[in-house]
Design a protein around this ligand. Sequence first.
Ligand SMILES: Nc1nc2c(c(=O)[nH]1)N[C@H]1C(S)=C(S)[C@@H](COP(=O)(O)OP(=O)(O)OC[C@H]3O[C@@H](n4cnc5c(=O)[nH]c(N)nc54)[C@H](O)[C@@H]3O)O[C@H]1N2
Ligand SMILES: Nc1nc2c(c(=O)[nH]1)N[C@H]1C(S)=C(S)[C@@H](COP(=O)(O)OP(=O)(O)OC[C@H]3O[C@@H](n4cnc5c(=O)[nH]c(N)nc54)[C@H](O)[C@@H]3O)O[C@H]1N2
Ligand SMILES: [Mo]
Length: 769
Amino acid sequence: MPTDRYTLAHWGSYRAEPGPAGEVAALRPMTDDPAPSALGQSMLGAQRDSARIGQPMVRAGYLEGGPASRAGRGAEPFVPVDWDRATRLVAAELDRIRGAHGNRAIFGGSYGWASAGRFHHAQSQLHRFLNVAGGYSRSVNTHSHAAAEVVLPHIIGSTDGMGDNHTPWSLIHDACELFVAFGGLPEKNTQVSAGGVGRHLVPEWLDRCRDAGVAFVNISPLKSDIAARVAAEWLPVRPGSDTALMLALAFVLETEGRADHAFLDRYTTGFDRFRAYLTGAADGIVRDPEWAAPLCGVAAEDIRALARRMAGARTMISVAWALQRADHGEQPIWAAVALAAMLGQIGLPGGGFGFGYGCSNRVGNTDPAMGWPALPQFRNPVDSFIPVARLADMLLHPGAPFNYDGRALRYPDIRLVWWAGGNPFHHQQDLNKLIAAWRRPETVIVQDSWWTATARHADIVLPCTTTLERNDLGIAKAEPHLVAMHRLCAPFGAARSDYDILSQIAGHLGLAEAFTEGRDEMGWVRHLYDGSRTVAAARGVELPDFETFWDRGLARFAAERAPEPLLAAFRADPGANPLNTPSGRIEIFSETVAGFGYDDCPGHPAWFPPGEWLGAASKAVGALHLISNQPVTRLHGQMDNGAVSLASKIDGREPAAFNPADAAARGIAAGALVRLFNDRGACLAGAVISDDVAPGVVQLATGAWFNPEEPGRIGALDLHGNPNVLTRDLGTSQLAQGPVAHSALVLAEPVATPQKPVTAFDPPPIQPI
Ligand SMILES: Nc1nc2c(c(=O)[nH]1)N[C@H]1C(S)=C(S)[C@@H](COP(=O)(O)OP(=O)(O)OC[C@H]3O[C@@H](n4cnc5c(=O)[nH]c(N)nc54)[C@H](O)[C@@H]3O)O[C@H]1N2
Ligand SMILES: Nc1nc2c(c(=O)[nH]1)N[C@H]1C(S)=C(S)[C@@H](COP(=O)(O)OP(=O)(O)OC[C@H]3O[C@@H](n4cnc5c(=O)[nH]c(N)nc54)[C@H](O)[C@@H]3O)O[C@H]1N2
Ligand SMILES: [Mo]
């Protein structure tokens, strides 16, 4: 028996202290983690709570009436069934749908964060299974940074500086003088990295940068988006207006002779077109600071001063992913690259641009980029996809045309929706629209460990084990260790791993051998580890054999990439190292994008007022801009049922933060319950009052489990505080069709207590068979 046993989560690596009767007594952060996240301490309580699902469940109406009963989705009680019955039901329905409508009618995109662990990665499991069964309609891009993912390759030929290959913190520490942070550098977000964290390094880097004299400017509606100890200057920008501010900064650089034209000439294309837009030569509108000030709420002289400071220092232009989860979210990305190009510091240590600092622990680390093996998913023979956030539109409008990145596409006609490892009733904007859309498919299958809102809106619920209940291989990207993720406790009730669930279904379809390749859980863990050993060996890193690794619990290695500025090779020799753009250069004007002819995404960075924002003349009296940012206390909806998140609630509701003046004007007292509402929906929340919130803004983190007071009824009050009853479900533009969570206005009013209690963590009504 190994002495120490470990596990890995998106928020940290932990050593497990065994408790009595095969339980875990405590999860201790690793001793080499300088700033462990509190989120780990939510795991044990959530593991055995009232929201866990212990048995397969079928919606009562579905069991009797099958797909014809779908209007009852989300409203009816569930009936417990055994695994044999549940998996046979699923296999028969899959077979029926693919026979009658083809595999294209199956939506298996299944977007979501799932859990850390290379083998039990829910989406990889489901995609592999569905590919073996003939394929599925899928989703592309992420909720995190869809707009950037699509536009950035048109500008710099890749997503470098957004997903990977950022200028590392060490070079910011060494060389940066001015760090201009649009959307701040919220340490709360650096608690996590997709796939796992070993050491939380960002807080330490911020301290070191401050001590080295880096000056930080926090351009954000929330002062708290940079830790107070960094003593950043705060420019409380009006939400959704950063592009106007960036254009005015660019205007000052150009018209005051501070733009680096040698850089622009050698490394970029299309600046003249952008220049004509800035100066008004193109359309008569001069984008100077006087033009931008009333749009963005930053005084013209402050814009001028910032532009001059930026031109006089080694400046990093940092843009949080949040800015592009908004109407025309492509634009702040493009404008930031143009601005950085005008400063001429792209490719230099500590200068240029970067998207995602403060959004994840990994961004700015020196990523070893080992190319670790993942569970093979085979090939999807079905060529049908949607941009991830267009889920409700797809379900509502089968066959309808839409544009995406230069392609004219149509939504598939979906009959079966299957989700494992994601929570669309958390992540999708405009949940009341989703409820309507979700009634369209004939069957909905959900695999999750807990009664999330998505599980409650399923026909067939297949309960899965958690990380702590199964064996896995943990490899956190950009971290120098592999974790032997031992099964630390017995599964809850009859819960099974996604792999076991899908293996059994594959068996009913005669596909067991193809799906499993004859391996069981430990066979796969060993197989993936052996593959990892080979990958490591090719990079000169020797990992121990499997038995030794599994017994020790950890394999540490040393392999950091040498710190290099983003696009350094391109800067050094643009002829030998061209970018993967049509011109080989940075495209400040893109003929490709212009050629798409989209009126909402032209060929260069441009200002478009958001569909909803505080600058709108038509806004309702008293409207506040909703910032539904990432939560401090959990990962999206994950661990909302854990101790850390529960402790933050007010009367069981999610806290909503107001500026003191806005609270006073509405008669909202600290700790009072409020109703947030607009014409899309309404929710309750508990009021927090803080000078850290800019006037006109209300902050309600995403992730409180959706808790409609009347399940299944469109427009029912959400008792808990899920901001997605208030957000808008539209594409950023025809280019990326990304989500626009951050472009929403709401009204707020105090409500009397008591209100109906939150029941999100109680199971739905269960009907004996
Ligand atoms: N308003 C607003 N909305 C947003 C955002 C925002 O900022 N504002 N952010 C957006 C962003 S960036 C993102 S990435 C999305 C996140 O949206 P999601 O990734 O969908 O959110 P999670 O809560 O992480 O959902 C993961 C689900 O997988 C389940 N799960 C975990 N492990 C396993 C497993 O092994 N097997 C199975 N079957 N299930 C498992 C968890 O219990 C959980 O229910 O939300 C988006 N939505
Ligand atoms: N603890 C925790 N950490 C997380 C997550 C989590 O759920 N919990 N989720 C992870 C995921 S999936 C992702 S994608 C990343 C997301 O990383 P981000 O997208 O950066 O996260 P957010 O917290 O939504 O936004 C950061 C800040 O941007 C500011 N902001 C919003 N709108 C505007 C605007 O129009 N202009 C300006 N200047 N600022 C604005 C908000 O004040 C907000 O606090 O975080 C990751 N980290
Ligand atoms: Mo995300």
